[in-house]
Design a binder for this molecule. Sequence first.
Ligand code: ASP
Length: 349
Amino acid sequence: MRTLCFSLLLALLMITACKDEGEPKVAKSIESMKNKGLPALAIHGGAGNLKKLNLTAEEEAEYHRVMKQALETGYALLKEGKSSAEAVVAVISILEDSPLFNAGKGAVFNHDGVNELDAAIMNGESLDCGAIAGVKRIKNPIHLAKLVMDSSKYVLLAGNGAEDFASENGVAFVEPSYFFTEHRWKQLQEAKEEKDMKLDHSGLNNTDPDAEKKFGTVGCVALDIYGNIAAGTSTGGLTNKQYGRIGDSPLIGAGTYANNATCAVSCTGKGEDFIKLSVANDISSMIKYQGISLDSACTSAVQKVKDFGGRGGCIAINTNADIAFAFTTTGMFRGYINAQGILKTDIYK
Ligand code: ASP
């Protein structure tokens, strides 16, 4: 009897102890979910055969300056408690406003000398996403993509429908001439000439005419202090593209994807290959089904792009603040601020 009483007392004491210990643990884990306090973000400004671009020291410095400005702006917003999606929009807007990158102000021309812009954003917590394609008068396409995500029942709006939605929602329009830059115009003329040359000398020249081009699309992935990740991508597409052509950037799962359970991804490269291989979703799926690291998934995905005959790269982040970059080209404009607050920007391999 005494033994039984003692055992019962011991069991009661253990239950009480577990309860006492258990409650704060649960409370603590909810608290840490609410505020992990470790924002981080990464950007890209396109991949390409960058050594051949012969950037001057001044030009290189300007790329680094704008990337740093974009990263610092996004990081400050994340630190003050803005969501990862809000930071992605702010960061990409800065890159869109710079003529250096193939998005917004610096967008490339299609074959007809018109700028047609695509963008997408995705929220890793809710899987909400928004995208726009083929807009011609929207100063910051990433803003409109977020508006589609937040204020419409759709995921992707294209062309006039997207622009009508923008004007109904008070989005700022610019004249198409806003997107004119001399160097993009020159690139279009060169691309047109190269196409002629390739046709004229197709038997003599085995070199891919795209090989020297860079993909200047911009992208951002971010982790906010609430532990949520988001991804965004914005682009003018490919120089000399046919009107109406849409690449991977605004297609969820191809050029852009985010899911708190796996990662947030933004890609750059020849969109047709990234669409065929569902690159952004492939990275997420490899993490989900194979349990591999963020870095391995990105490396493996771009290797598949390469094996497929494509070119380009990607950036990714997860809720642990791991950041990964991978590209098949000799360079990719890129940068990050990690969870330790360390900022780094880079161009070449
Ligand atoms: N992926 C973009 C597209 O194909 C181009 C780029 O990355 O620069 O539209």
